[in-house]
Write a protein that binds this ligand. Structure first.
Ligand SMILES: [Cu+2]
Length: 166
């Protein structure tokens, strides 16, 4: 049984879940999403590359957002964790129409891309070892369910920065 129309189903589940769940109730949503993905022996190993990563300079070393694109030339995978030697806490957030919620995994579709971008899914980075400055590069260690951990150096950019292509 193949999972078709995955992203739509995923979003619907998330919205339904958001009505029922508090911010801390994200786990219930994730159980549903995870269950939907168990049938995917179909498409072989993920082949991932990370592009367009940046962190807008946070005020006074405070909470920062992180954005990047994970391209996938292979089978479906999931981003299941992000950490950094330079920050104590990095969480993954999904934005809905009116708010955002923390999630434990984000889908990386087969032959597609996971986009973390302004107004959508993003990382939230807290607990800096030292306040980041413009031009710094922050190591992020992205852990995927199938592909393992990929480390990237993410530049700190001005608050108004946007990547060239969109
Ligand atoms: Cu957030």
């Amino acid at each position: 049984m193949k999972r078709t129309g995955g992203p739509v189903a995923f979003r619907r589940a998330a919205l339904a879940g958001a009505v029922l769940a508090t911010a801390l109730g994200g786990g219930a949503i994730l159980v549903a999403c995870g269950a939907g993905g168990q049938d995917g022996a179909a498409d072989g190993p993920a082949r991932l590359t990370v592009a367009d990563s940046y962190i807008p300079l946070p005020p006074a070393g405070g909470m920062a957002a992180g954005y990047l694109t994970v391209r996938n030339d292979g089978g479906r995978d999931e981003l299941v964790g992000v950490s950094s030697p330079g920050a104590g806490s990095i969480t993954m957030h999904r934005s809905t129409a009116s708010s955002m919620e923390q999630v434990a995994r984000l889908d990386v579709p087969a032959h597609g891309a996971l986009q973390l971008a302004r107004g959508g899914n993003h990382l939230m980075i807290m607990g800096w070892q030292k306040a980041p400055a413009l031009g710094d590069e922050v190591e992020l260690d992205l852990t995927f369910a199938k592909a393992g951990t990929i480390s990237v150096k993410v530049p700190v950019k001005e608050l108004t920065y946007r990547p060239g292509q969109q």
